[in-house]
Design a protein around this ligand. Structure first.
Ligand code: GP9
Ligand code: MN
Length: 418
């Protein structure tokens, strides 16, 4: 109702992070390409498996002068998996604790990143070679103001170029660049990869490294599909350059959620050489996050604790979009006001000093369990912030929020409530 809206709005306004003047507008006018890297966890980055480098291309980006790589960045998804990560990116709100918000609330009013960029003259689209109704995307993308969905019907899919869930990442990304070449610019293309998805099936010709040797077939194959995705991303960058799209774009890439569940803890313990405690499990929820800005020369490794909720304000500020009126819960990663704090959808959290997981509090410097009172202030904030996000979604509160003026339409909200 109206009072809920006032409270949520006060919270959002008082928690805003001031943009970093050096970064604001740095990529103004460029095309925006956001890539969801399926099931990619951070533990494979700058790591090897039995002497084989797993992600040579992404590793090179962690050392690249045009790339920011965030090494303490967490996924914040729930049951909606890929779609929950999409929701976080578009809205900077948390997905729901129960079912997938793409299914349960596609009739809501949202003020998405796509909407902001439509207003700025961008052509907004999503590229994903799956059935358009998977995760209810066709419905939700309307609510998110995505102008065009290039679904499976926009791609040339054959037995030969498919595996597992469908079109392989390399032909998918390659064909996507062909589509991009014909788009009006600037465009915002959000791309969802697919090959690195459970059960991690891969044709022989695409296996660049051997499988791992644990008792988990899933983990053993995971390294190979990750390596394949890495190769696909490398050729995607090459294709962008070949089509003249690279120089005037920025490329943002995030791991959408974990790929290796806790069912494979024994195999993960073998690989990592340590027991997988609830603390380690929480740290394994890190996913790689990259912001690649060609010719910027400003890149570096950032160790700030952060999460997917922060993607949208960070991108919009880079593109020179003011977000002071946006109803968003994340903060610009380049802002000095950004706090080392990532909230999990299950109520856990991580800060630079603490990890709260499985109802226990841990010292983030060494993983030892400490008294719950150390975590309590952040537990309270986690509950509060997830609560406000849920209120916005469950109450469809953005119906009563005028993004242009920042005005709350309280009377309408009250009327609706009667
Ligand atoms: C399917 C793809 C994978 O279209 O998004 O979905 P996931 O199971 O990872 O949510
Ligand atoms: Mn996924």
């Amino acid at each position: 109702d109206g009072s809920e809206l006032v409270e949520v709005n006060n919270y959002v306004r008082s928690n805003q992070a001031e943009p970093n003047a050096k970064m604001f507008g740095l990529a103004d006018g460029r095309n925006l390409i956001v890539i969801s890297m399926e099931s990619l966890q951070n533990f494979v980055i700058n790591n090897d498996m039995n002497g084989h480098e797993i992600t040579p291309f992404l590793n090179s980006l962690t050392k690249d002068k045009d790339t920011f790589y965030f090494s303490n960045f967490y996924h914040e998804t729930g049951l909606g998996k890929t779609s929950d990560a999409e929701f976080l990116v578009e809205n900077s709100l948390y997905p729901l604790g129960g079912g997938a918000v793409f299914f349960t609330h596609s009739g809501n009013k949202f003020h998405s990143m796509a909407e902001s960029l439509n207003d700025k003259g961008y052509f907004t689209n999503v590229m994903h070679p799956n059935n358009k109704s998977f995760w209810n995307r066709d419905m939700m993308y309307q609510a998110l103001s995505v102008q065009k969905f290039y679904d499976v019907n926009s791609y040339d899919v054959t037995d030969d170029n498919s595996v597992g869930w469908g079109l392989k990442d390399t032909p998918f990304l390659n064909q996507s660049v062909d589509l991009m070449a014909d788009l009006p610019q600037p465009f915002y293309s959000r791309m969802l990869t697919l090959t690195n998805h459970y059960p991690f099936d891969l044709d022989e010709e695409d296996q660049f490294i051997p499988p791992y040797d644990s008792n988990s077939k899933t983990l053993n194959k995971y390294f190979q599909t990750v390596r394949y995705m890495d190769e696909s991303l490398k050729s995607f960058f090459d294709d962008l350059k070949a089509k003249g799209l690279y120089d005037n774009s920025i490329i943002v890439m995030y791991g959408d959620h974990y790929g290796i569940s806790e069912n494979h803890n024994a195999a993960m313990a073998q690989y990592l050489g340590k027991e997988i405690t609830p603390y380690e499990s929480a740290k394994l929820q890190r996913v790689p996050f990259f912001i690649h800005i060609p010719h910027s020369g400003v890149g570096k490794v950032e160790t700030e604790v952060a999460g997917q909720i922060d993607i949208r304000p960070t991108i919009l500020h880079l593109l020179g979009v003011d977000t002071t009126k946006d109803m968003q819960l994340g903060a610009d990663l380049f802002s000095k006001d950004h706090e080392d704090f990532a909230i999990f959808r299950n109520g856990g959290f991580v800060t630079d000093k603490l990890v709260y997981a499985g109802n226990a509090c841990y010292d983030n410097s060494n993983g030892s369990e400490i008294g719950i009172e150390n975590c309590q202030p952040y537990i309270d904030r986690t509950t509060q912030e997830l609560g406000y996000s849920d209120q916005i979604i469950n109450g469809d509160l953005l119906r009563f929020y005028d993004l242009k003026t920042g005005n709350l339409l309280i009377e309408q909200a009250e009327k609706e409530n009667k």
